[in-house]
Design a protein around this ligand. Structure first.
Ligand code: B1M
Length: 207
């Protein structure tokens, strides 16, 4: 569909006004919200993620694409979107870094997940509470400091204590986080970057 291809290009190039205009055009043409999300928004963020991994895009390009994506996604509110799963995401307690977490959240949203973003400095109890309240399928934690990674282990323990561990998958990431740390704390998944986080989430929650 031409309008979705144009929307995709507008998001990749970070053209917020164009993205807004084309999203409205797609809605006016009767394109379903889910199709706009998957074939327009998520498809664009997939390309952005690939470019980031290939060092063709850097953080500023990611952020302007994310802004355009958010503009487009915000126009879906109220529309019937058949989400592929619900993710509760946040940066762990004591940690205020949120650029990477925001990218992961945006990419997941673009890929059709309902994302509940708890922000930064999120305690294990807050993850558990939000997981319950939203009947989340996935708890996603980001940490950028070696000193705050321990909160991921504490959150896994809190989820177990609350009897939620079998109902939710846990995915972790952030610069100091590794697959071996994920194995050690019994997280279900780890991703090194935002595009891989989407792939990992899809693997953890097959549709
Ligand atoms: Co801070 N900082 N910082 N900082 N900061 C780092 C992380 C650091 C490596 C810098 C350094 O010393 N070289 C260092 C950590 C050392 C360590 O523990 N290993 C550090 C430090 C020490 C600190 C302070 C303690 C400094 C101080 O005050 N003395 C302080 C701590 C504050 C706190 O959190 N309590 C601090 C503060 C800050 C700012 C507030 C100034 C700012 C944050 C602004 C913000 O986020 N709103 C900041 C920044 C910007 C950085 C650097 C420069 C950049 C981080 C970033 O945004 N990268 C960083 C050094 C560096 O990385 N070059 C540094 C871009 C982003 C897209 O990448 O976040 O890695 P990243 O996310 C990636 C992946 O990691 C992955 O996908 C993302 C996209 O591909 N990913 C996930 C992230 N979360 C994921 C979750 C997933 C899956 C993948 O699943 C759930």
């Amino acid at each position: 569909m031409a309008v979705l291809e144009d929307l995709k290009q507008a998001i990749i190039s970070g053209n917020r006004d164009k993205a807004k205009e084309l999203t409205q055009k797609a809605l006016d043409e009767g394109v379903e919200a889910r199709t706009i999300v998957v074939d327009g928004i998520a498809a664009a963020m997939e390309v952005v993620g690939e470019k980031f991994r290939a060092n063709e895009f850097f953080v500023p390009e990611l952020l302007i694409a994310q802004r355009a994506m958010k503009e487009s996604l915000s126009m879906m509110s109220g529309a019937e979107v058949d989400y592929v799963g619900t993710v509760v995401i946040g940066t762990v307690k004591g940690d205020l870094h949120d650029i990477g977490k925001n990218l992961v959240a945006a990419m997941l949203e673009g890929a059709g997940f309902k994302v509940v973003d708890l922000g930064v400095d999120v305690s294990p109890a807050q993850f558990v509470e939000a997981g319950k309240e939203n009947s989340a399928n996935l708890v996603a934690m980001s940490a950028l400091l070696t000193t705050t990674m321990g909160s991921m282990r504490d959150t896994v323990a809190e989820l177990e204590k609350a009897g939620l561990r079998d109902a939710v998958k846990v995915m972790i990431g952030g610069a100091p986080v590794t697959q071996s740390y994920a194995d050690e704390i019994k997280a279900d998944g780890y991703a090194p970057d935002a595009a891989s986080a989407v792939e990992q989430a899809k693997q953890l929650l097959p549709v």
